[in-house]
Design a protein around this ligand. Structure first.
Ligand code: C2E
Ligand code: MG
Ligand code: MG
Ligand code: MG
Length: 292
């Protein structure tokens, strides 16, 4: 039951979740196969840059499925089905393994850039995950703070003791936590009182409408202020224009990611880009005030 989506590509599996059960089963069988092959599920990597210096402050890992017949599929085309199946556990471990291996690789090249991984809501009910992440980091000798776990707050909404326990266990491991798509959930603010996070990511829908919508602008400005007040880093997502970039810098936003800087890219390209960003940002870091 293929149908055209807005980009003209074929969405075989309806991401709204109402795909027929045969479609779902077919997708799951193919995903299981993909998890067993090392070539099909790959990370696309998008740099996050400091708005003052241009230095890389992080890299977000975004999953892509190089489907043998259908070409490259984005997470929107399969993540929902995955999240509602038992495959989410091996999938999450697969992505984490790849991401931490990359962070180890960068560290070996003298790049101390953290990597961000998106966690699905289901993973926050997985009580074995924090211990496994600790082992994974130790095995690759990656300091825990080099891993940032992004949580979409829309999905964390249901009050759950298990979720809070898993989040706190992750904090104990020493990884960083980020709230993704901040402002789009029903409990954005409440969430910040339930668990200590290190970073909020301003949702790209607000960034996109900043110029024409005073409401969107107010939300971005207020999120930046809130982050400052709570001592959190704030990252703007989906920055596509120079105007958005300078407006965000003016508002005091720490860092940003988006097509204006870089599109998500292949692993083979990312370390070259990171080295370049480090080199070109030297001297643009605002110096400490001189004594005397
Ligand atoms: P997200 O974490 O909010 O990721 C940002 C999305 O915006 C990505 O879409 C990215 O490619 C896209 N993007 C980046 N810069 C721009 C820009 O300037 N303009 C626009 N219009 N878009 C931009 P993508 O890769 O399709 O991922 C969509 C969502 O899928 C992600 O949203 C995340 O929630 C989820 N996702 C991605 N990878 C994983 C994963 O490994 N595991 C899980 N559980 N979810 C994932
Ligand atoms: Mg994200
Ligand atoms: Mg987001
Ligand atoms: Mg998202």
């Amino acid at each position: 039951r293929a149908k055209k989506d807005g980009n003209g590509s074929i969405a075989w599996y309806d991401s709204s979740g109402d795909a027929s059960s045969t479609d779902r089963l077919a997708l799951l069988a193919e995903l299981r196969e993909a998890l067993g092959s090392s070539q099909q599920l790959v990370l696309a990597l998008q740099p996050v840059v400091d708005l003052n210096s241009g230095a890389p402050t992080g890299v977000e890992a975004l999953i892509r499925w190089r489907h043998p017949r259908r070409g490259e599929l984005g997470p929107g085309e399969f993540i929902d089905v995955l999240e509602n199946s038992e495959l989410i556990a091996p999938f999450t471990r697969y992505v984490l393994e790849r991401a931490v291996a990359l962070a180890a690789d960068w560290a070996a090249q003298g790049l101390s850039v953290p990597i961000s991984v998106n966690l699905s809501a289901r993973s926050l009910l997985d009580v074995r995950l924090p211990g496994e992440i600790a082992q994974l980091l130790a095995r690759h000798r990656v300091p825990p703070h080099r891993l940032i776990l992004e949580i979409t707050e829309t999905v964390v909404v249901p009050e759950s003791r298990t979720v809070t326990e898993v989040l706190n266990a992750l904090r104990e491991v020493g990884v960083q936590l980020a709230v993704d798509d901040f402002g789009t959930g029903y409990s954005s603010l409440t969430f910040l009182t339930r668990v200590r996070v290190d970073e909020v990511k301003v949702d790209q829908s607000f960034v996109a409408r900043m110029a024409e919508s005073p409401e969107a602008m107010a939300i971005v400005r207020t999120t930046v202020e809130l982050a400052r007040e709570l001592n959190l880093r704030v990252v703007a997502e989906g920055v596509e224009t120079a105007e958005q970039r300078s407006e965000l810098a003016r508002l005091g936003c720490d860092s940003a990611q988006g097509y204006h800087f870089f599109r998500p890219m292949a692993a083979e390209k990312i370390s070259g880009v990171l080295h370049q960003l480090v080199r070109s940002s030297r001297g643009r870091v605002i110096p400490f005030p001189q004594e005397g």
